[in-house]
Write a protein that binds this ligand. Structure first.
Ligand code: WTA
Length: 662
């Protein structure tokens, strides 16, 4: 393709940063308004990190006691520390200081599941609520360092609970309220949580989710929990266990003393968040206080050009890192308004996001490629019946965004007036690693573009570990220098932290993703190189799903692979062999699916479940997933080297079976 042709094809075009349009507030200029400014700041962040981060920390965060050392330790040793000597409080930074300065400014807009049910919480009201919940926690006897599990719907009270934890130096462990009782229990036990905060029920897309019931079931196997605080979301009658379960409304109304923030050390634990790795056991990533807050505040400010009077909406659930960093802590640490969206993009119809934007005059909107792709498929009318003129930036996160969806987002949702910001990062990172800056970076659809401040990426040869320098290289993506919001450990398993991230390649952090750097130095993330699959932006390990499937008594063996999916990015395809003597039936298939839903939750439901007589294996007995992936993707003609396969005669029936549905 010639340069002219590529410019004509919107998915191959370069998009220069927009000049400020009439949508841009008259009394502001962008934080970063040219690529030169970005380059100068990025250079400083790499060459003089102490100067750069000292400036950011003092600009964005209030310390009660100043720190003496900006950064110590190294990635290779896995002992990084930031802002040592400092004392601060997260909830003070996100709530109190704004309640003093701008008490009537709106902190949270709650877009309830049912349209028309929106509510706002001002910073003054937020402080009152956070202090009350902190008071309830104190009455439970919780003390600094104790862990609280949170299993809540997307309501302001979820954010209030997180802030109440950080107010007292309690460590929160938010578990996505779509996980099963079994998964919740595993995460409660692993984190040794002393209390759980939940709701009677949840509502999503008009459907009721029985949160309290799931918590009750989970707690049957968790002896560490002595108190459960139950927020009344729907007001349904739910069984309350005497002495253990406490009503949110009652407990909060009984609080009549202001609870001051407890100042903690910069490196004190702030939260744990579980994510999937290559093995069956989820990892509890541990984030600490000052580095996390500085990293998140800095990226929220610059990536989204967020400032005074903005209304920011991140559609991610608080059960994921995106909800933590950009739904709660980022916007609130900057004193702006965050929108908590309880519903789903297609309820009651596919205009829901856009009507929400109009209703609350949202200025920056942040969602996942899977939502963009599925809304695109339903046609432009659902967008065009809304106004969207408040929007001045649209952003994406969670998985690679295909150029077609990027261009649709930009033209149909953004009306060619909003920069598209594709942010690449992970639970482990706390905040953005690679992202365009809206008024500085020339974008290419599908590329996350350039590193964020403080991030020095490297592409390594996966086999030799050698750094591939220069343009036009492909390999595994690593980061060379520590940044403030990197997770410090895996709870209870620092060795796993070291082996997974720090020792895979010498002296650098290994992301687990493959990437390419093109001729202009742009980064293109192509996806995971480990056994993690990404379905609609939800990270799951194949091993985790396999160990759920194997719990079903009919199952002998299983192998799970991720295959490409037009809407969800990847989908789960499970190959299963049955116990001897059992015959394939719809009933068995249904029961296997039910097992996965009970063991992990509905998000892990395989889209395709294929019962086979035998799985392809090497002579040493290892399942060859590569073959399964190819066959399931309809690429049985490209199986590559089969010399290691112990019984090649298995192939024909396998292919035949898959052809029936591919
Ligand atoms: C993928 C979500 C391409 C990647 C914040 C990463 C992306 C995993 C992008 C982390 C993006 C996230 N482009 N891939 N913009 N953002 N990913 O921990 O594979 O839930 O390793 O964090 O999602 O998922 P996690």
């Amino acid at each position: 393709m010639t340069v002219e042709e590529s410019q004509l094809n919107p998915i191959h075009a370069l998009y220069e940063p927009y000049p400020l349009t009439s949508r841009y507030p008259k009394d502001r200029t962008p934080w970063i308004s040219s690529f030169e400014q970005y380059k100068a700041m990025h250079d400083q962040s790499i060459n003089e990190p102490d100067v750069f981060w000292r400036l950011r920390a003092s600009e964005l965060v209030e310390f009660d006691t100043p720190f003496h050392t900006v950064c110590s330790g190294s990635l290779g040793e896995g002992n990084v520390k930031w802002f040592e000597g400092g004392k601060l409080n997260i909830s003070y930074n996100c709530v109190d200081r704004w309640a003093e300065k701008t008490p009537d400014a709106v902190a949270i807009i709650y877009e309830a599941d049912q349209p028309g049910g929106a509510k706002s919480v001002t910073y003054k009201e937020l402080l009152d609520q956070v202090s009350r919940v902190a008071g309830v926690f104190k009455s439970f006897g919780l003390e600094k360092g104790d862990t609280v599990a949170i299993y809540m719907p997307m309501v302001p009270e979820a954010a209030i609970t997180m802030l109440a934890c950080t107010r007292l130096g309690l460590v929160h462990n938010v578990v996505f309220a779509g996980f099963s009782a079994h998964s919740l229990a595993e995460r409660i036990r692993d984190s040794n949580a002393k209390a759980v905060v939940t709701s009677d029920q949840g509502l999503r897309g008009g459907k009721i989710i029985h949160n309290k019931k799931i918590v009750d079931e989970a707690l049957l196997t968790c002896s560490s929990v002595t108190k459960v605080l139950v927020f009344e979301r729907t007001g349904a009658e739910v069984p309350m266990q005497q002495g253990r379960d406490v009503s949110w409304s009652k407990a909060l109304s009984e609080q009549n003393e202001f609870v001051p923030p407890v100042f903690v050390d910069s490196e004190d634990p702030m939260f744990i968040l579980y994510t999937s790795g290559s093995t069956g056991k989820p990892k509890g990533l541990l984030h600490t206080t000052a580095g996390y807050l500085v990293g998140v505040a800095m990226t929220t400010k610059y990536t989204f050009d967020l400032g005074k009077d903005d209304v920011f909406c991140c559609s991610a659930d608080i059960g994921w890192i995106t909800g933590h960093s950009y739904g709660v802590y980022g916007p609130l640490s900057l004193g702006v308004t965050t929108v908590i969206f309880e519903s789903v993009p297609n309820y009651p119809d596919a205009s829901r996001f856009w009507k929400t934007v109009d209703e609350h005059k949202i200025t920056q909107f942040y969602t996942a490629p899977t939502a963009i792709r599925s809304l695109r498929r339903l046609g432009d009318d659902f967008v065009n019946c809304t106004d969207l003129s408040s929007l001045r930036l649209i952003a994406s996160v969670g998985e690679p965004i295909n150029p077609e969806a990027w261009v649709w987002y930009k033209s149909v949702v953004g009306k060619d007036l909003c920069p598209v910001v594709d942010t690449y990062w992970q639970t482990e990172n706390g905040s953005h690693l690679i992202t365009p800056l809206p008024f500085a970076t020339t974008t290419k659809p599908g590329s996350a573009t350039f590193p964020m401040f403080g991030i020095e990426p490297a592409i390594l040869d996966p086999n030799t570990g050698e750094e591939l320098t220069g343009p036009n290289v492909k390999g595994v993506l690593c980061i060379k220098k520590p940044w403030p919001s990197i997770a410090r450990s895996i709870l209870g398993d620092h060795d796993r932290y070291l082996t997974t991230y720090m020792h895979a390649y010498k002296g650098v952090y290994f992301t687990g993703d493959a990437a390419r750097r093109d001729e202009d130095g742009y980064y293109w993330i192509s996806g995971r190189v480990d056994d993690v699959i990404n379905v609609s932006g939800h990270r799951m390990s194949t091993a985790e799903i396999e160990s759920a499937i194997i719990q079903n008594e009919s199952v002998a063996e299983s192998a799970v692979v991720g295959i490409e999916d037009e809407i969800t990015g990847q989908s789960i395809c499970a190959f299963v062999t049955l116990q001897a003597g059992l015959k394939e039936s719809d009933q068995i298939k249904k029961s296997i699916i039910a097992t996965v839903r009970t063991e992990i939750g509905p998000i892990a439901t395989p889209k395709n479940l294929i019962l086979v007589n035998e799985l392809p294996k090497t002579r040493s007995g290892k399942i060859i997933r590569r073959i399964l992936r190819k066959v399931a993707s309809g690429e049985a003609d490209q199986l590559g080297d089969l010399s290691t396969m112990s019984d090649p005669s298995l192939l024909a029936p396998l292919v035949e079976k898959c052809c029936r549905w591919v």
